[in-house]
Design a protein. Structure first.
Lengths: 486, 443
């Protein structure tokens, strides 16, 4: 089966909305009104509004056709490294869509919204237990927003101690958002090189950590899929100089029920609920990026905080050291409800099993492919493994070619060219929700492509052949940007 | 566990093929004192059916009001949402895809976002729009940071009539740096007072909201005539995007960056999120823009297609020099807004905005006739501020007991506004609902 290309079926072309629309159509049931028009200064009124008019059938067909040009997790393996594309349980979407939640106004008094406050309060408690941290704010709307919250907390903590710190240590295995988040708070990133074994070593941290450095941002497991084994020693070095340790929790899916970051020296971390806790990625969002801290940093968390007294939940904003608000309301509550439902379903045993199987799956892929693809760091990996195109280059094949050819076989490419410390990286994170059959197929496809590299490299250069579009000209798109239609 | 597809035999054979004895053995290289010794202390696992009961119970205690009698907006609005929006969004192909980094297999999301960018530009009268940011508040914060980058000035002027929650978010974003926020007071007509700006050239931006927090429509053209002559960028934010179905677009009034909340376009209120941060600006500022952008191009066969573009502004390429740290945005909500706008069309959106305006004016007049004073006399959209007449101070709580929410009490946001309420009316309030409210108040 593996050498068979994905069939296309009927996939139709579809114009842009404004190429399709015509005056006189409508796709909306206009509410009846018995109220007559009121006056309004004509200087305030716009003369025209050039949005296309379509019928309801037009709209349904338009978006149904567009959807057929997308590959998605529900259609097959999506092993994007660092993105944790695990199955998104359907019941959670239904529950987040209950009218009591979707129709709730965020500024009602707290005695009128007890159900939602309870979910948020309990979710904070659940995340504390899972991470070993001691207080949580659910407000950040995505991972990078959680990082920003973390860096604002670093900044406020040092300012409160009258300590001027303008640098931050960031390993070369960190996510690209880390330096950007730190820069927003005025911190200059100081890169640290990982050792030849792909992890950080205490002596390098000791050399760079000083009293002008706010702390370190560390991703554990790191972006090579390796556990930072020296984390406790590194945390000690940073703490000795009164710095703080930030953990990017994007890779938490490897260690639920196995390691608690709060117990190994981490002071602040964020979680990506749309990764670890299975909420749908939605083609790029919405996500949720709760920020979790140890108790000495709790006063700095965003406001409002949720309080529980007996069985009553309330909102509290009176925290003089708080970094303030990050979102107009409470963050992406609809996403929070889904993550809560997931944890209540999985419980302790399920989450631990999920992490174990995520790690098992990644190691199974690693073992299955390491004879065929170059593996820069050969040791037991966590939830993802990283290969490179080192052995392919002499044949004139690149990581990009492999990625594009995978599409022809119905497998979503892994994350490519990241982490930057591996040239031509192929970063594979299968997640726990891929079955052994799925993994066997994925391995067979990768191997098949390796055979094609020798037999007929043109197949790879010209891939994908079987998708809605052939390779797209990204260079021209950036040189002569066309960002709106006419 | 139904989400975990492995059988016992699968696990055993996989362990064997990687040379491990057990699942625990996968973690044997970790330092022993990092490993948890006990199980996580979490509530016992719920079945799908138990979970449904539990969540239904919580949903019932989440919101005890008749939504039709909730006259509260202030950044989160109740509008009708066509079933087509929910139906199309729930297609797995949109819902369970990731960011469209591989364009050949993501043309659905990419064309959808390209269309979204275009519709937003046409609505706001600007040249380019990004693929969304988190919400209206963070959109304003990003706009202020962008203006600071462009002008290299350290001061920004922010109207006091901007939603106070948005202003709080801006001040959080600016707090670790040396940038200064200067507050512009509001006038007795509810519009922003620009007379305190002695030298506009000192500022990176002048930011107002229109319709503003009080519902008052700002005189954007007048502000535009000031910023045209001076250095600061003109930022116009909004929390009720629907207003631009009726009102002159920010672009035609001289606005450089328009940004705000798009929740009104087919997105449920959901206790404040997820919503949609809309962000648009003039073309000359393109390379300073935060967030993802989708652009049109062609494939090897010359067929039209779409890709994420201008990534050199973004965090994953430019790291600490990026225009923002944002990566995950509100993609699916942008798609919802597009589907909503496509369903209404320009004709429908204009009509719906007019209905909103008329319904709101109807209640305004009705309350005026009951002896309430309307604090600001300038035209408003969807929202207005009332002062309770003397002797009626207990009215808000009395109505609350009957399941009616008469707007947002303003005293905690503006101390001078004791007994003032921000009342919101949209198309979902029918004439009979409004008449009932007026009757309740009269009795």
């Amino acid at each position: 089966m593996t050498d068979k290309l994905t069939p296309n079926g009927i996939v139709q072309d579809e114009p842009l909305l404004w190429e399709k629309g015509r005056k006189g159509k409508t796709g909306f049931s206009m509410p009846r009104t018995e109220i007559g028009p009121s006056d309004l200064d004509s200087n305030l009124i716009r003369k025209d509004l050039d949005l296309p008019d379509l019928s309801e059938v037009d709209v349904i067909r338009h978006y149904t056709r567009l959807s057929q040009w997308n590959f998605a997790l529900d259609a097959g393996s999506y092993p994007l490294g660092s993105c944790t594309m695990k199955y998104n349980p359907k019941i959670n979407d239904k529950l987040a869509g209950l009218a009591g939640f979707t129709e709730s106004h965020p500024l009602l008094r707290s005695n009128q919204t007890q159900g939602i406050l309870r979910i948020m309060y309990e979710l904070e408690q659940l995340l504390c237990e899972i991470t070993g941290m001691e207080a949580v704010s659910l407000q950040p709307a995505a991972g990078a927003h959680g990082e920003l919250a973390g860096m604002l907390i670093f900044s406020a903590y040092h300012r409160n101690k009258n300590s001027k710190r303008n640098k931050i240590l960031i390993p070369d295995t960190a996510h690209g958002t880390n330096p950007a988040s730190a820069a927003l708070c005025g911190f200059k990133s100081v890169p640290i090189r990982s050792g030849d074994d792909g992890i950080l070593h205490p002596e390098q941290v000791r050399e760079l950590m000083d009293e002008e450095t706010a702390g370190i941002m560390i991703t554990n497991p790191n972006t090579l899929g390796l556990f930072e084994e020296n984390i406790e020693e590194i945390a000690r070095i940073v703490h000795e100089k009164d710095g703080l340790v930030y953990a990017d929790g994007a890779n938490m899916n490897a260690i639920m029920g196995i390691v608690k970051p709060g117990q190994i020296g981490v002071d602040v971390m964020h979680l990506n609920l749309h990764k670890t806790f299975s909420t749908p990625h939605g083609g790029g969002g919405p996500g949720a990026g709760p920020v979790c801290v140890k108790s000495q940093l709790e006063p700095f968390l965003p406001v409002p905080r949720i309080r529980k007294d007996d069985d009553t939940y309330s909102l509290e904003s009176d925290y003089s050291l708080s970094i303030g608000k990050l979102h107009a309301f409470f963050g992406n509550v609809g996403v929070l409800i889904r993550a809560y439902a997931y944890i209540m379903t999985m419980s302790s045993e399920g989450l631990k099993k999920a992490s174990q199987l995520a790690v098992l799956n990644a190691n199974y892929i690693k073992a299955g492919l390491q004879e065929t693809y170059y593996l820069p760091f050969d040791k037991t990996c966590m939830h993802e493994c990283v290969f490179s195109d080192k052995d392919l280059k002499e044949k004139g094949i690149t990581t990009l070619d492999v990625a594009k050819r995978l599409m022809d076989y119905g497998v979503h490419p892994p994350t490519i060219y990241f982490p930057l410390i591996v040239n031509g990286a192929l970063m594979i994170e299968p997640t726990e929700t891929e079955s052994k059959e799925d993994l066997d197929r994925m391995i067979a496809v990768f191997k098949k492509i390796a055979e094609e590299e020798s037999a007929d490299p043109e197949l790879l250069h010209s891939a994908p052949r079987n998708c809605k579009r052939k390779r797209l000209d990204e260079v021209t798109a950036a040189r002569k940007p066309c960002l709106t239609g006419c | 566990m139904r989400y975990l597809p492995h059988t016992r035999e699968d696990i055993d054979s996989m362990l064997e093929s990687i040379g491990k004895d057990s699942l625990n053995d996968l973690f044997s290289s970790l330092p022993p004192d990092c490993l948890l010794q006990e199980d996580l202390n979490l509530p016992p696992s719920m079945t799908e059916w138990e979970l449904t009961d539990h969540m239904q119970h919580l949903a019932q205690s989440a919101n005890q009001f008749n939504p039709k009698m909730m006259f509260i907006g202030a950044g989160s609005y109740r509008h009708y949402i066509p079933e087509t929006v929910r139906f199309l969004l729930s297609r797995s192909e949109f819902y369970t895809a990731y960011t469209p980094y591989q364009p050949e297999i993501s043309q659905g999301t990419l064309q959808g976002i390209f269309e979204y960018q275009t519709l937003v530009c046409r609505l706001l009268g600007l040249d380019i729009a990004n693929a969304s940011v988190y919400d209206g508040a963070s959109a304003l914060a990003e706009a202020v940071l962008m203006a600071i980058r462009i002008t290299k000035k350290k001061k920004v002027a922010l109207s006091d009539a901007i939603n106070p929650l948005y202003r709080q978010v801006v001040s959080t974003y600016l707090s670790p740096t040396e940038y200064e926020i200067v507050n512009l007071p509001y006038l007795s007509n509810g519009r922003t007072d620009l007379s305190v700006l002695s030298d506009p050239d000192e500022y990176a931006a002048i930011a107002v909201q229109s319709p503003n927090f009080f519902g008052v429509i700002e005189d954007l053209e007048q502000i535009g005539s000031i910023t045209k002559e001076h250095k600061p960028l003109f930022i116009c934010c909004f929390s009720e995007a629907l207003a631009y179905g009726l009102l002159k677009s920010p672009g035609e009034c001289g606005v450089d960056i328009a940004c705000g909340e798009g929740q009104s376009f087919g997105i449920p209120q959901s206790h404040g999120g997820p919503g949609l941060g809309i962000f648009a600006c003039r073309e000359k500022y393109m390379r300073n823009m935060p967030g993802r952008l989708v652009g049109q191009t062609v494939d090897l066969d010359g067929n039209r297609g779409f890709v994420l573009t201008l990534a050199t502004r973004e965090q994953h390429i430019r790291r600490e020099k990026a225009t923002s740290n944002i990566c995950t945005n509100q993609g699916l909500c942008a798609m919802a807004a597009s589907i909503y706008l496509a369903s209404l069309g320009g004709t429908g959106l204009s009509k719906l905005a007019r209905i909103n305006y008329d319904h709101c004016e109807y209640l305004k007049t009705g309350l005026k006739n009951q002896g309430f004073s309307i604090l600001f006399q300038n035209p408003t959209f969807n929202e207005f501020v009332i002062a309770l007449p003397e002797g009626k101070e207990g009215l808000y709580d009395k109505l609350l007991a009957k399941g009616v929410v008469l707007g947002l009490p303003l005293e905690s946001y503006f101390e001078e506004m004791k007994n003032h309420y921000l009342v919101c009316v949209t198309e979902t309030a029918r004439k009979e609902d409004l008449d009932l409210l007026i009757k309740e108040i009269a009795s």
